[in-house]
Write a protein that binds this ligand. Structure first.
Ligand code: NAI
Ligand code: MG
Length: 498
């Protein structure tokens, strides 16, 4: 039987919900955060009305309900923001004593910690991710990034010994919707620590945490114009990229847009870093601790609904343990709780947008059409909102679209291998090169695999682990440049001899 797209995307509740105790609802209260009816653009230390006079509605993807009216910044708005950043750069920030810059960053970090519950609820409300993740991952990591780079602000000459690091100017930063506040932190913290000022554009579907961040900037008494936030869709992003007075662009998002940005900037002398898509291999050897590995598989692909650039979306299982791993994985998938992002027991939340849901549905349909075998656990989905049941495909050929293209949803493709060399060859058979996972008891094998895998990050016996001190970034079509760690300062400094 061929399933229609709709049947796959919204499988009706089945009678076969696992037996046992049901969880009672445990919703986090959304009262802790106040969402304004509408927002302007944050330019020069305050909110201003958009000169474009255009707005759009941002929604809660779990309920398909409007949350707020957001400004769609036009060319003149972007220009205003860049001017404000330029003035702040020249007059208030680049020449400030580095230890003073550090103080502001420490303040921001502490404020994020103090207001973390508020931010976590807002992140889940606007983006659809489970509160458990925004509370335990996004917020602590965002604060940690500011703490980390605050520490570097007055130690830059130790990061680049004998190279006299200087700031580069105004940075234009464009971020995606999967980790809105965390990506903001990855971008803003190193830029400011190195003495630059920024104009940041959040993704159109998830602007709210960046707009709440403006209030943190206010509380921290950051000098006006050091951080400017312009909202809007890709058109606003394109205006920022092509603005002549921006010195550096940092982009995280799709490979398609990354390529377009690279074309626009070619020959301009502007600096560019790109953090793009991925199709990571998560490789399980027969000597791995299998229950732990199964947790790693689940965390690798179902974390944040699979809206993760480094998601372990291709699972490579050594042939001898294939049946065992699949049985354990399917059993584990049946316990995943899909639903209200604000419920503290939810494992998998809402898909971020209708557009993304359609993309996932189309790719899953292609998997079925090409001949892969689909498994989805019984699962009761809410009536409204954008949802996708955690999905695993077996009988996948390497040429299938589901094994080649980034799905960016809770969809796993399983392949097998016999030898380490075969695993490396298959894992590297992708235009991407962002991350990989290796599960084995053998230390020497971990090192050999890490050598052979063309991926910016290789996790061993864990997955999706982040630390501000550790650089992150890709090879090939996953982009270039590193964020995090000392490496993450490099794109934001000019060095003697450059
Ligand atoms: P996108 O690349 O269009 O959006 C990312 C950011 O770029 C947003 O802020 C957007 O407004 C901005 N943007 C869009 N067009 C632009 C342009 N021409 N110039 C400058 N900025 C522009 O990604 P989209 O359309 O939301 O998602 C499509 C696919 O991209 C996803 O299904 C996923 O596969 C991939 N993606 C990967 C991400 C990653 O973290 N690597 C993040 C988001 C999406
Ligand atoms: Mg797009």
């Amino acid at each position: 039987m061929t399933k229609t797209k709709r049947e796959v995307a919204r499988r009706p509740a089945s009678a076969a919900i696992p037996s046992g105790w049901e969880y009672a609802p445990a919703p986090e209260s959304r009262d802790i955060v106040r969402v304004n009816e509408s927002y302007g653009l944050y330019i020069g230390g305050g909110f201003v009305e958009p000169l474009s006079n255009e707005r759009y509605t941002t929604i809660d993807p779990a309920r398909e309900e409007p949350l707020s009216e957001i400004a769609q910044a036009g060319k003149a708005d972007v220009d205003r923001a860049v001017k404000s950043a330029r003035e702040a750069y020249a007059e208030r920030w680049s020449n400030l004593r580095p230890s003073e810059r550090a103080k502001y960053l420490f303040r921001i970090a502490r404020l994020l910690q103090e207001r973390s519950r508020e931010f976590a609820v807002l992140e889940s409300l606007n983006g659809g991710k489970p509160i458990r993740e925004s509370r335990d991952v996004d917020l602590p990591l965002a604060a940690a990034h500011f703490f980390y780079y605050a520490g570097w602000a007055d130690k830059l000459e130790y990061a680049f010994p004998n190279r006299t690091p200087r700031p580069i100017g105004v940075a234009g930063q464009i971020i995606p919707w999967n980790f809105p506040l965390l990506m903001l932190a990855w971008k803003i913290a190193p830029a400011l620590a190195a003495g630059n000022t920024v104009v940041l554009k959040p993704a159109e579907t998830t602007p709210l945490s960046a707009l709440l961040f403006c209030d943190v900037v206010r509380q921290a008494e950051l000098p006006p114009g050091v951080v400017n936030i312009v909202t809007g869709d890709g058109r606003t992003g394109a205006e920022l990229v092509s603005h002549p007075d921006v010195d550096k662009i940092a982009f995280t998002g799709s490979t398609e847009v990354g390529k377009a940005i690279a074309r626009t900037l070619a020959g301009t002398g502007k600096r560019l870093t790109l953090e793009l898509g991925g199709k990571a291999a998560n490789i399980i050897f027969d000597d791995a601790a299998l229950d732990q590995a199964v947790e790693g598989i689940v965390n690798g692909i179902y974390f944040n609904q699979g809206h993760v650039c480094c998601a372990g979306s291709r699972l490579f299982v050594q042939e001898s343990i294939y049946e065992t791993v699949m049985a354990k994985l399917k059993r584990r998938m049946r316990t995943l709780r899909v639903g209200d992002p604000l419920d503290k027991n939810t494992d998998v939340g809402a898909i971020n947008s209708k557009q993304q849901l359609d993309k996932i549905g189309a790719l899953v349909q292609s998997g079925i059409d090409e001949g892969a075998e689909i498994y989805q656990p019984p699962c009761k989905l809410p009536e409204r909102g954008y949802w996708f049941v955690p999905t695993v495909f077996t009988n996948v050929a390497q040429s299938y679209r589901i094994a080649q293209e980034e799905i960016f949803g809770p969809v796993l493709s399983v392949l097998t291998f016999r030898t380490p060399d075969e695993a490396i060859e298959k894992a590297n058979n992708t235009p991407y090169g962002l991350s990989a996972g290796v599960w084995t008891e053998k230390g020497s094998r971990i090192l050999a695999m890490a050598q052979g895998l063309r991926a910016g990050v290789v996790w061993a016996n864990t997955y999706n682990r982040f630390d501000p001190a550790s650089p992150f970034g890709g090879y090939k079509e996953s982009g270039f440049g590193r964020e995090g760690g000392r490496h993450g300062l490099e794109p934001y400094v000019q060095l003697d001899g450059e």
